[in-house]
Design a protein around this ligand. Structure first.
Ligand SMILES: *Cc1c(COP(=O)(O)O)cnc(C)c1O
Length: 398
């Protein structure tokens, strides 16, 4: 039951589901089994040699997890998807499949912290060369493309300043140089509700499904999405042999459940994000708001073009008065929760200078482009008036 013209809300519910013939279960059962029995050695032999379809062992495939993979592929408009036990599992499995010693990767310098660590320390340890650039500037990409370049890696919107990169312009430039270079896009912040990088010309999408795709703050999970041949390679080499980071069937069940309300949740995250951004922009104690839906944002025009249904629920803003006031503000919040992660029902707030980047000196922060008063907010699903009232009372107390 699936066709390409169905809306994303319908596909989030129905795509990938094979109706249960055994007991007529409405929901996809959790096949919490590590292994699957064969009727005979001959059958086992045919499964291992690939002559016959069927399950073998959950690191190689599982009915609950595969159902979720078909659904996420449908949401991204892709041929296939591979589920992983975390977003970092997805990113490392994809990059270890693409790269090898002597090859070169171009990556944006504004990245999720652990992705930056993988690219700046992890992969170079195995002989992969990585050049960091600003992918919002096409000339910087162009100047660094080389014969041994195998991937260009980016996030848009990027963490924490919500910088926007033009996916289709980057894909055109990179593929014009060499069509085999893979443009890899982390679509965690936008999700396929807002932006479909593969349709814009990217080759591979990676996700932390811990965030909006699951949406309920109770799972760590990830996906690699792309062409069927590439996803088979990621599963049979990257995941099966290198990282081993398969998603558990129970986590797959939770993400399947979370996705049933995907469209409803994303609409609300976007509405709340916009309302909060507008409130903060007009507040005298706020120096600057970073939200791609505000006309003053550097990437607004590109965001309007490539994020088709809104601008998301992530808002960053700079409190006047640096680190001290940033901390005072966050500590004064009552409804909003102080926590990392994002995309949950609860509004989550973090202050990089005193939390995730607490080991940075003032100079380090400046170099990383993180103002000391910067606060990152993930707009939850509460009523916007209540979130804004909380932000307002906390601002009054600094
Ligand atoms: C959280 C996050 C990741 C890492 O995902 P995990 O599920 O925590 O492993 C990668 N990229 C982005 C943009 C993220 O927000």
């Amino acid at each position: 039951m699936e066709n390409k013209n169905m809306g994303i809300g319908t596909r989030a519910i129905h795509a990938g589901i094979i109706k249960d013939k055994q007991y007529g279960s409405l929901t996809m059962p959790v096949y919490q089994s590590s292994t699957f029995y064969f009727k005979s050695c001959e059958e086992g032999g045919r499964r291992f040699s690939g002559q016959e379809d069927g399950y073998i062992y959950t690191r190689l495939g599982n009915p609950t997890t595969n159902t979720l993979e078909r659904k996420v592929a449908s949401l991204e408009g892709a041929e296939a998807a591979a589920a992983t036990s975390s977003g970092m599992g997805a990113i490392s499995s994809a990059l270890w499949t693409i790269a090898s010693a002597g090859k070169h990767i171009i990556a944006d310098s504004t990245l999720y912290g652990c992705t930056f660590a993988l690219l700046s320390h992890g992969l170079p340890k195995y002989g992969v060369e990585v050049t960091f650039v600003n992918t919002s500037n096409l000339d910087e990409i162009k100047a660094n493309l080389k014969e041994n370049t195998v991937a260009v890696y980016l996030e848009t919107p990027a963490n924490p300043n919500l910088k926007i990169a033009d996916i289709s312009a980057i894909a055109q430039l990179v593929h014009g140089y060499n069509k085999d270079i893979k443009v890899v896009c982390d679509n965690t912040f936008a999700t396929p509700y807002l932006q479909k990088p593969l349709q814009l010309g990217a080759d591979v999408v990676v996700h932390s499904a811990t965030k909006y795709l699951n949406g309920h703050g109770d799972v760590i999970a990830g996906f690699v999405v792309g062409k069927a041949d590439f996803i088979t390679e990621v599963k049979m080499s990257g995941i099966k042999d290198m990282t081993g980071c398969v998603m558990s069937p129970h986590d797959a069940f939770l993400v399947l459940r979370g996705l049933k309300t995907f469209e409803l949740r994303m609409k609300r995250h976007c509405e709340n994000g916009m309302a909060i951004a507008k409130f903060l922009e007009a507040h005298p104690k706020v120096e600057k708001v970073y939200y791609p839906g505000l006309e003053g944002h550097k990437g607004y025009e590109i965001a309007k073009k490539q994020m088709t249904a809104g601008f998301g629920g992530m808002v960053s803003f700079e409190i006047k008065g640096g680190k001290e006031n940033g901390m005072k503000f966050v500590n004064a919040l009552e409804l909003c929760t102080i926590a990392v992660s994002l995309g949950d029902a609860e509004t989550l707030v973090e202050h990089p200078a005193s939390m995730t980047h607490s080991t940075y000196t003032a100079e380090d922060l400046k170099e990383a482009g993180i103002p000391e008063g910067l606060v990152r907010l993930s707009a939850g699903l509460e009523n916007a008036e209540d979130i804004i009232a909380d932000l307002s009372q906390a601002l009054d107390r600094i």
